[in-house]
Design a protein around this ligand. Structure first.
Ligand SMILES: [Cu+2]
Length: 531
């Protein structure tokens, strides 16, 4: 593994350069960054030979079976354990997994039908499970200090925080040993959710090592739409990784055991990028497709990498990407894109139509923000002509919240910028690094609020519990892909994005944070108390 020292703009977009620009010129500096090629972070280079693209078949994560059902609720069990997988052909890669695979098994649920997932931690470190996009009671939302300890874990169990040397303590933490039941009512719109590790200070390396999986919520209304289904509905978990010489996943952790000292080495403070693009855990995979419509349920599970996806045919044509859903489920009506930006933790529900293509055609899914090998994501080989009775209705859903500015009882400005933490340079919200013992925002259950989120460099901002809508970007109307109900919004360098939401569901202690996982670990989280 070597640093990619050839990337000269790393300095400008890394934290060092960002700090210099920010302190010298405030948002004017950030506005200058906005004109630069758009990624935040530095790329690791793999030390093993990489396979050619489009050779490995696209895997589909297995759907988990419930171990029991009682009183209209399903119970699942997941064991978090070390496992080894052949991600690159001929190379064995040790992983941290949910039930032995990366991504973990997919949980399929029905709207309003409660689910209990019992997690057993057989990993060498504490973990925390968060269901991203779930409308979940606070006790099961995976607060970063609500640790699930492995058997016999004693050290460091009470001292947490980016700057744990300072003994930051969370008196409200609920710590359990070996197993923990997470209860998900799933009283929410059908959507593609994902579960992943959310442990204090160590979320980024834990996800990188494999702790991520999908959780799909469905309902009868969505099933009745006639969208592509069965084998023509494909979950696509896109994540970049890099591989060390011994086949393990490379990651620049200050403490590779992930037990004591959080954080990453320079120059990766702004985000860790890999040089291998995985889809559902396979490098640049190939999927043999029918000449028909496909529903692609795309998750960007990368720590820091952004994508601008396009579907390109052999003869250079770009296929329409018909967006039918956002993070929190179906849109009101489809929106056609040629290019679809997707930030870490965002999900897009997209239909592509291969029916006009002759058998044998190759359609590549390309990342316009990538360079060299990272430009390719995956490919589809159109195998055969088939009958296709799927459709994309003109009206997809009628239950999107239509909050207006005049409904808002409060407006808040929330700044996401680099700065000093107890442990050195890091990432701050409102000028402060995360402290579990400090309440940053207090709101009342049922209140509608408008938040103006202000960024220095790229920050994909995620609210727990509350779906929101995007009102504006730097005073301009939202972008074409900002439609629908979101739970993560991509702030671009220098941008101020207004969102509107109603805090509904449950009272308690929740979070909002940057979902560049390295930023999140290095201070960029804040507490949201709903009273
Ligand atoms: Cu960030």
């Amino acid at each position: 593994m070597t640093d990619n020292r050839g990337v000269t703009r790393r300095r400008a977009l890394g934290i060092g350069g960002a700090l210099g620009l920010m302190t010298a010129a405030g948002l004017t500096g950030a506005a200058a960054l906005a004109r630069r090629p758009s990624f935040t972070g530095a790329q690791l280079r793999s030390a093993v030979p990489l396979p050619p693209p489009f050779q490995v078949p696209l895997p589909i994560p297995a759907v988990l079976k419930p171990v029991g059902t009682s009183g209209g609720a399903d119970r699942y069990e997941i064991t978090q354990r070390e496992a080894s997988a052949e991600i690159l052909p001929g190379v064995k890669t040790p992983l941290w997994t949910y039930d032995g695979t990366f991504p973990g098994p997919t949980v399929e649920s029905r709207r309003g039908r409660p689910v209990t997932v019992s997690h057993r931690n057989e990993l060498p470190v504490p973990t925390v499970v968060h269901l991203h996009g779930g409308r979940t009671p606070a006790a099961s939302d995976g607060y970063p200090t609500d640790l699930l300890l492995p058997e016999g874990w004693r050290e460091h169990s009470t001292h947490v925080g980016h700057g744990s040397a300072h003994g930051m303590h969370d008196p409200r933490a609920v710590v359990t040993e070996l197993t923990r039941d997470y209860i998900f009512p799933l009283d929410q719109r059908p959507a593609l959710l994902w579960y992943h590790d959310h442990r204090m200070d160590f979320t980024a390396p834990a996800i990188w090592r494999g702790l991520a999986g999908l959780h799909i919520v469905r309902d009868d209304a969505e099933d009745a739409l006639g969208l592509p289904a069965g084998p023509r509905e494909l979950p696509l978990v896109i994540a970049d990784r890099a591989f060390a010489a011994d086949g393990s996943l490379a990651y620049p952790a200050l403490d590779p055991t992930l037990r004591v000292r959080p954080g990453v080495r320079e120059p990766y403070l702004a985000g860790v990028l890999g040089d291998v693009i995985l889809v559902n855990g396979a490098p640049w995979p190939m999927h043999e497709a029918d000449a028909a419509r496909y529903r692609l349920r795309i998750l960007n599970a990368s720590n820091a990498r952004h994508y601008e996806l396009e579907a390109v045919t052999d003869d250079g044509r770009r296929l329409d990407l018909v967006q039918i859903g956002a993070d929190q489920g179906l849109l009101t009506a489809p929106v056609v894109h040629r290019l679809l930006p997707i930030a870490p933790a965002e999900r897009y529900d997209v239909v592509v139509d291969f029916s006009g293509l002759p058998a044998g055609s190759l359609v590549r899914l390309v990342n316009r923000l990538g360079a060299g090998r990272t430009r390719d994501v995956m490919a589809f080989r159109v195998a055969r002509k088939v009958a296709d009775d799927s459709r994309i209705p003109r009206t997809l859903s009628a239950d999107l919240p239509a909050w207006r500015r005049s409904d808002a009882v409060r407006m808040r400005d929330v700044a996401f910028r680099t700065g000093q933490t107890h442990a050195g340079r890091g990432w701050l919200i409102g000028g402060l690094p995360f402290d579990p013992a400090r309440t940053d925002v207090t709101t009342r259950l049922g209140d509608v609020e408008v938040w103006r989120l202000i960024a220095d460099v790229h920050h994909p901002v995620h609210l727990h519990l509350a779906g929101f809508r995007i009102l504006s970007r730097s005073g301009r109307p939202p972008l074409a892909h900002d439609v629908g109900l979101k739970d993560t919004v991509s702030l671009r360098p220098g941008e101020a994005v207004e969102i509107i939401t109603r805090f509904e569901g449950y009272r308690g202690r929740y979070l909002f944070h940057c979902h560049n996982a390295e930023h999140e670990d290095m201070g960029m989280m804040a507490n949201l108390e709903i009273v």
